[in-house]
Design a protein around this ligand. Structure first.
Ligand code: ZN
Length: 243
């Protein structure tokens, strides 16, 4: 890994009241439970592994670069289809946290490619800024999925973005609605010219990354691009560009 390694300080998560204890316990049991009790493979449905050896091969990184409509460059480690899509959905909707480790190499490879591009553009050491988890998702899952995969990829997260208001679930919306849904929805801590790579789990329409990019720029940051675990295959074919 060429991107900076994760430090103990980043492993610290804010402690809170009893709700926090429940979330931590819930997440820990979800991980232990998956190891202790055989569950079907998330890729093919065959027991007894969370991810069988055959499906694990489908998660080998295949880094692609695409440009969103607004010009933001996005490096992704996997296509969002087949086994990778099922693994990401299971991680997010069923909180099957062992899958975060299985998906980490894809994110790490995409981070490395983006990091190299940043260095080539004379911007070494960009902050790796995760897209914030909504309050509703945090209550439901008890984990921040993007940061969890980053941690397994040994990538330190600079959590400077936050939601300034509630947004609807993007999955239920059209492309145009997604843009309106997230417009002006994020705020960023002051960055004073710092270079930034945004990090998310999946890029589809790019509306969320676009809003994050706006918020970072408004806070004085310089967005070099974005990195995701996976990207929708349609856009892979249509707008793949070369570094
Ligand atoms: Zn399988």
């Amino acid at each position: 890994m060429r991107h900076p390694t994760h430090s103990a300080a980043h492993a610290q998560r804010a402690a809170g009241p009893l709700g926090e204890l429940w979330r931590v316990t819930h997440a820990a049991f979800a991980e232990v439970g998956a190891l202790a009790f055989p569950v079907p493979c998330v890729g093919c449905g065959e027991p007894p592994a969370t991810l069988c050896a055959t499906c694990r091969l489908e998660l080998q990184p295949l880094v692609r670069l695409r440009a969103l409509d607004a010009g933001l460059r996005v490096w992704s480690g996997l296509p969002f289809s087949g086994v990778p899509a099922r693994a990401i959905r299971a991680l997010k909707s069923e909180v099957r946290t062992p899958l975060a480790r299985a998906l980490a190499p894809a994110l790490g490879a995409a981070l490395d490619a983006a990091w190299d591009a940043a260095v080539a553009r004379g911007a070494p050491g960009p902050l790796l800024v995760p897209i914030p988890t909504s309050a509703a998702s945090w209550r439901r899952r008890g984990v921040r999925v993007v940061e969890l995969v980053m941690r397994h990829a040994h990538a330190p997260d600079a959590r400077v973005l936050r939601h300034a208001r509630r947004v609807a679930d993007q999955r239920t919306l059209s492309r145009a609605q997604r843009g309106r849904n997230v417009a002006e929805s994020m705020r960023c801590a002051q960055l004073s010219g710092a270079s930034v790579l945004l990090v998310d789990d999946v890029v589809t329409s790019g509306a969320t990354l676009g809003e994050a990019s706006r918020a970072v720029a408004a806070a004085g940051g310089r967005v070099l691009g974005a990195v995701t675990v996976a990207s929708t295959p349609l856009d892979f074919d249509r707008s793949q560009v070369h570094a």
